[in-house]
Design a protein around this ligand. Structure first.
Ligand code: PLP
Length: 386
């Protein structure tokens, strides 16, 4: 069987046609496609504002800035994430710290957050921003985190890079509880613009700041100008922003992909359900199912259950790779990377995250995956654990 990747893009002929039509039009960037994409993303996610950017990393960066991160700020996130969830705070000069995961959901533990906030308050070191990460597409406990933010006064920046199309308490992720939510459209994510991201928010002022920050801090809206008498050509820079714009070529691809989001989600969910059945007898810990939320199933992440097998993750991983199965590991805990160790973090700091990492394995899951491919993955896993 040919190589099975852990994830891959799903591009239709309509997607290709959408991109080509932009290439034949007047605007390949800063044209109407980005606005149209933002509008459909808002509709699908039941939120008023969405600001498309060049990547989720860029979105996390400007969202931190718009939420007031400075060199005096503290920002907390989950160790089980891609490094961008923490780096965004460092870009602002802020101080980064982590909150350990809940071993069941693999998302930030509300209990650990609550404890850490209590001692931070006593020490006068409360965070300005907390960044929960919807790991593998499973929404974080945002209702409880919002309750804590009401007590302790931090902003919530939700990293929903894995969670496009997921729902929580019956509503789409990105529509409630968080001050801002960031989604990624990198090629391996749920929908793609090759590279790209978007920030959603219910706050019009925050949305305006994000729009300015994505394009050099430059403002053109007449009502927003500080000097209104110059003329129709006039724009002014009011803050220090960046060029974090999405192109119209990317937006057209994203827009076309969003039309198939529900269909792609159905396929991911069906594959996840099927894995649950195929793997139920193996010494594995399977992803949690929670009745009040629906994962976007970006990843199907399992753990080798040490209590039931002597087999090691390293050997299972290698066995799958030898069979041309693109197993992967998500994630190396951020605080254990050399760069973060040099900041004083290290092994032992967040034990649940480290224990998860030691046993974790992501197996292939993508919309076009066939039953034959899934059966092959299950059989190989079973052999490697025998
Ligand atoms: C992919 C990812 C990012 C970064 O997304 P880009 O669009 O590649 O910048 C950030 N956080 C998480 C959790 C991710 O998986």
């Amino acid at each position: 069987m040919p190589f099975i990747p852990y994830s891959c893009q799903n591009i239709s002929e309509e997607d290709i046609e959408s991109v080509c039509s932009v290439l034949r039009s007047h605007f390949i960037t800063q044209g109407p496609a980005v606005t149209a994409f933002e509008r459909v993303f808002c509709d699908r996610h039941k939120v008023d504002h969405a600001v498309a950017v060049s990547s989720a990393t860029a979105g996390l960066h400007i969202a931190c800035l718009a939420l007031g991160a400075t060199s005096n700020s503290r920002v907390w996130t989950s160790p089980i994430s891609f490094v961008a969830s923490a780096n965004c705070a460092l870009y602002c000069g802020a101080n980064v710290d982590f909150v350990d995961i809940d071993p069941r959901t693999r998302n930030m533990s509300v209990h650990a957050l609550s404890e850490k906030l209590r001692s931070a308050k006593a020490a006068g070191k409360l965070p300005q921003i907390v960044i929960p990460v919807d790991f593998a597409g499973l929404p974080s406990d945002l209702r409880e985190i919002r309750a804590l933010s009401d007590v302790y006064g931090f902003s919530i920046l939700q990293d929903a890079s894995h969670a496009t199309g997921a729902s929580y308490l019956g509503e789409p992720v990105g529509s409630q509880f968080a001050d801002a939510t960031v989604f990624s459209f990198h090629a391996v994510k749920i929908v793609t613009t090759a590279e790209g991201g978007i920030v959603t928010t219910r706050d019009p002022r925050l949305a305006a700041e994000l729009r300015a920050l994505r394009t050099h801090g430059v403002v053109r809206e007449f009502t927003e100008l500080e000097r209104k008498t110059e003329g129709a050509w006039y724009y002014e820079q009011q803050s220090l922003g960046f060029n974090y714009r999405m192109t119209d070529i990317q937006a057209a691809l994203g827009h076309s992909q969003l039309r198939r989001l529900d269909e792609m989600q159905r396929r991911r969910r069906a594959s996840a359900d099927r894995y649950d059945k195929l793997l139920s007898q193996l010494p594995l810990i399977l992803p949690a199912r929670l009745p009040d939320r629906e994962s976007a199933w970006h990843l199907y992440a399992i753990e080798i259950d040490e209590a039931r097998t002597d087999k090691k993750r390293r050997d299972v991983f290698q066995h799958l790779r030898n069979e041309e199965i693109g197993a992967n590991v998500h994630y190396i805990p951020i605080h254990t990377h050399p760069y973060y160790r040099r900041m004083g973090f290290g092994p032992g700091d967040f034990p649940n995250s480290e224990r998860y990492y030691a046993r974790a394995l992501s197996i292939p899951l993508f919309p076009a995956m066939t039953s034959e491919q899934q059966d092959f993955v299950a059989t190989s896993l079973s052999q490697s654990l025998a």
